[in-house]
Design a protein around this ligand. Structure first.
Ligand code: GLN
Length: 190
């Protein structure tokens, strides 16, 4: 099993290191055809509109769209925005793999970045959550499971093979979120 990390922009290296520290094999994905060699994909944080510009070249967007329809994917922050079905503030194209609506940069200036402790259903108590110009999940579909909340709002969600976090688990020493994704990749849908 090999986990691809989309490496066109953003903090892909921290994800790669975290996944490897948990025993996973990884591959950085910079070209669409490299998706053929991996079993799952992590889409990092960064700037979703910039990532989209890269993806719009050479059929990358279409290839990634098809990939996330059948294979596990985990998006953090900008990655969550790319996986979402509906994106606002401003609206932009997305892969539409996860039935959520997100509002970009939704926490305003003062709360642009913060480290918080969020409630989670993952065993082990509250989760350290690092938010950087985070989106807010403003709607979740009926098949979407909420794995963590902050101030009552979902910040970590899952629908079948797709997981998304509005925060940056790769920047926390808490490894539970990546471990949960790896477990779901190994076990099939959950
Ligand atoms: N604000 C970024 C966006 O809209 C996301 C920020 C992040 O990934 N840390 O794409």
């Amino acid at each position: 099993m090999r986990i691809g990390v989309l490496a066109i922009q953003g903090d892909f290296e921290a994800h790669r290191q975290r996944l490897e520290s948990l025993g996973a094999q990884t591959a950085l994905i910079r070209k669409p055809e490299e998706l053929d060699a991996v079993d799952a994909i992590v889409i990092p944080g960064g700037e979703s509109s910039t990532m989209l510009k890269f993806l719009e070249r050479g059929g990358f967007f279409e290839k990634l769209c098809a990939f996330v329809k059948t294979k596990p994917a985990f998006g953090t922050c900008a990655g969550a925005i790319l996986l979402a079905k509906d994106v606002g503030n401003p609206p932009q194209a997305s892969l539409g793999a996860l039935d959520i609506q997100v509002r970009r940069n939704a926490y305003g200036r003062q709360l642009e970045s913060s480290i918080r402790r969020s409630e989670t259903t993952l065993p082990g108590g509250p989760l350290e959550t690092v938010f950087i110009r985070a989106p807010r999940i403003v709607r979740i579909g009926k098949d979407v499971e909420v794995l963590a909340t902050d101030q009552g709002l979902p910040v970590l969600v899952r629908q079948g093979k797709i997981m998304a976090a509005t925060f940056h688990p790769e920047l926390s020493s808490d490894t539970r979120v990546h471990a949960e994704f790896l477990r779901s990749v190994k076990n099939g849908t959950k």
